[in-house]
Design a protein around this ligand. Structure first.
Ligand SMILES: Nc1ncnc2c1ncn2[C@@H]1O[C@H](COP(=O)(O)OP(=O)(O)OP(=O)(O)O)[C@@H](O)[C@H]1O
Length: 305
């Protein structure tokens, strides 16, 4: 039987939607119940993935694909639920993982060290990473000067050389040119043959059908379908066709209705009393350093000193 690599059991991710700064300050001193809006980006997600499987993630913009891949890659933690990941993960995303002020070569060293590779091993594989990335002299320039395609090339090159058990590719192929995309797809095939697990996010239905065994269709934070890649992609395409044929007004209405379901009002005083009080105290102390001298100064002024 194949080994289980990933299990999500009722995993949810909520993001706090902060009010205006002035409201935050009022909340700090308020004795009344403090309420915050929370956005449920992922709601009760459950699935299991086994060794050697390639899993696609599809869904409209904002459906939660990157949130899920960031949880898989350990970039963010879930708010609720149980998560089991057996093996080392490596996330390749356009915006993740590279340090903008360091050069390409320095990023190679840093990321490899973070993956636990020895200095000797890093020295051995660096030429191969540089060769795979194929970005010329830019490899010695700070990453902040790279195009998104260059970042994706470097990110992909480093990740595949650190030999992860679970590879998560979040739209990283969509920004490169077709030659590079093909090179990455070949590498992904090698990974597949070695029995590694891959999560693949792409807006290309063709690539999804070709590479994925199963697909998870996320719809406004929930799993709409999970199953055979061709079947789910076909259903998803039927849905996008229906959606794209809606008038702009109806599209907006549909989106608003779905997004409203993802919002919830949280009563912080009831649910996080202890955490709330300690964090309030911390903020008050921090702000006190600024506020106290101002108060003393104002009092002196008013008293006519
Ligand atoms: N840090 C955050 N704070 C508040 N809301 C967030 C945060 N990160 C993501 N979201 C919201 O969570 C939802 C899911 O976002 P996510 O980026 O996971 O979607 P996606 O499916 O990857 O979208 P896309 O296809 O556009 O990349 C979106 O509505 C987004 O606005």
């Amino acid at each position: 039987m194949k080994a289980k690599k990933v299990e999500f059991e009722n995993v949810s991710k909520k993001f706090s939607l902060h009010a205006k700064k002035s409201q935050k300050v009022l909340n700090l001193f308020s004795v009344r119940t403090k309420q915050t809006k929370e956005f449920i980006a992922l709601n009760n997600i459950s699935f299991e993935v086994y060794e050697g499987e390639t899993i696609g993630l599809v869904g409209l913009n904002g459906s939660g694909k990157s949130t899920l891949s960031n949880i898989l890659g350990g970039v963010i933690q879930p708010s609720e639920g149980k998560l089991e990941i057996n093996g080392e993960t490596s996330l390749i995303a356009i915006s993740a993982g590279l340090n903008g002020s360091l050069s390409g070569v320095e990023n190679i060293e840093l990321k490899c060290l973070m993956h636990g590779l020895t200095k000797a091993k890093i020295k051995e594989i660096t030429p191969s990473i540089i060769d795979f990335a194929d970005i010329g002299d830019y490899i010695f320039q700070p990453v902040k000067d790279y195009s998104s395609g260059m970042k994706s090339r470097l990110g992909f090159a480093i990740s595949v050389h650190t030999n992860p058990d679970i590879l998560i590719i979040d739209e990283a192929l969509s920004v490169g040119d077709s030659t590079f995309a093909q090179k990455c797809l070949n590498k992904m095939n090698e990974f597949k043959e070695e029995g590694k697990t891959i999560f693949f996010i792409s807006h290309s239905a063709g690539q999804m059908k070709k590479f994925c065994d199963r697909v998870i269709w996320l719809h406004y934070g929930a799993v709409k379908e999970i199953g055979d890649a061709t079947e789910v992609i076909d259903n998803y395409q039927k849905f996008t066709k229906w959606f794209n044929n809606l008038s702009n007004e109806n599209k907006k209405k549909h989106k608003q209705e779905m997004l409203a379901k993802q919002l919830s009002l949280v009563d912080h005083k009831k649910s996080h009393v202890t955490e709330d009080r300690t964090s309030r105290l911390k903020i008050l102390l921090k702000n006190g350093i600024v506020i106290l001298p101002v108060l003393i100064f104002t009092t002196f002024m008013l008293l006519g000193f």
